[in-house]
Design a protein around this ligand. Structure first.
Ligand SMILES: *[C@@H]1O[C@H](CO)[C@@H](O)[C@H](O)[C@H]1NC(C)=O
Ligand SMILES: *[C@@H]1O[C@H](CO)[C@@H](O)[C@H](O)[C@H]1NC(C)=O
Length: 283
């Protein structure tokens, strides 16, 4: 009974659609084209409307396609990021990171190694600026860049902060080469001291579990060792890091470090706690 009701409903839904098609029946078209002496507005509408409909429809289909593409990506964006549009996915072969398959980010400390690590985030680390329309979509408030006449807003993509942190962990394991040189009030180095490194390790722990890479490692027989071993030189689904880096570089500003302490910016339309005088969020 319930089944029949629902299939009846479907049928009536379809029937509801069919007559709608018939509304554009030939008779009506004929009538209009028959009185062609003075082409009326209706004629133009009849010609233009289907094209308009087609344009609107193709826009809608495009959106649907993009949304589906996004939703089926391995890591859908539940939150807004101004860099969401820069995300591309690609297959990337990981390196084993040992034996003869090491990367250029490994090895003993050297100025060259430092440069390579810094290149991962050098141009992107401190801040990107984004317009207000983007800033107001963020989950948390941010602040206006103090030196920008257009009063754009500052953000930093976390991947670069995380890379900076990982670089400090790398340095912290070579204390003879990277001597702590910036002690805070507690005597600990502000960057390489225990508490900052602990912050960095935990940031990376949160990011790893957040992204939960489910690429399956495989086990293969090693003839020489006569044992089964996990294989890490395999493909992963990755975000195109270069594309994210480009996005960030295009919007980067490189303030001196006084930027952090630069005076507070008042009357930010997105932050009522900065409103002074008679200002109430006007542009
Ligand atoms: C950022 O937003 C989230 C969710 O609204 C909130 O839980 C969190 O406390 C905010 N962070 C700060 C520093 O306000
Ligand atoms: C920092 O940079 C800004 C913008 O270029 C400049 O106005 C300011 O004077 C600089 N501050 C210092 C201490 O160099």
């Amino acid at each position: 009974m319930a089944l029949r009701t629902s299939s009846e409903k479907e049928k009536s839904d379809e029937q509801h659609l069919l007559p709608y098609k018939d509304d554009y029946g030939k008779d009506e078209v004929h009538t209009v084209f028959a009185q062609r002496k003075h082409p009326s507005l209706a004629v133009y509408l009849l010609i233009v409307l289907p094209w308009l409909a087609l344009i609107v429809l193709s826009g809608w289909v495009g959106d649907q396609y993009r949304n589906r593409h996004r939703a089926s990506s391995i890591f859908p964006n539940l939150l807004y990021s101004p860099a969401n549009d820069a995300i591309r996915y690609e297959k990337r072969l990981f390196h084993a990171g040992e034996g003869d398959d090491i990367t250029q980010y490994q090895g003993y400390p050297s100025p060259e190694l430092d440069r390579r690590w810094l290149d991962l985030y050098r141009c992107t680390f401190i801040t990107q600026i984004i317009p207000r329309e983007m800033a107001q979509k963020l989950e948390n408030k941010t602040t206006i860049y103090p030196y920008d006449p257009q009063r754009r807003y500052t953000i930093q993509l976390d991947v670069f902060h995380q890379l900076h942190c990982l670089n400090l962990i790398r340095k912290a394991v070579s204390p003879d080469y990277y001597k702590p040189q910036d002690p805070g009030p507690d005597g600990e180095d502000k960057l390489l001291g225990f508490h900052h490194i602990s912050h960095c390790i935990d940031l990376i722990r949160q990011s790893l579990t957040c992204h939960s890479d489910v690429t399956p490692l495989v086990f293969q027989w090693n003839e020489a060792e006569q044992m089964r071993e996990p294989i890490t030189k395999i493909y992963h689904t990755c975000r195109d890091f270069g594309a994210i880096q480009e996005w960030a570089k295009e919007r980067a500003v490189h303030p001196n470090l006084t930027y952090y302490k630069e005076k507070r910016i008042w009357n930010d339309p997105l932050d009522p706690s900065t409103w002074v005088g008679n200002y109430h969020g006007e542009k």
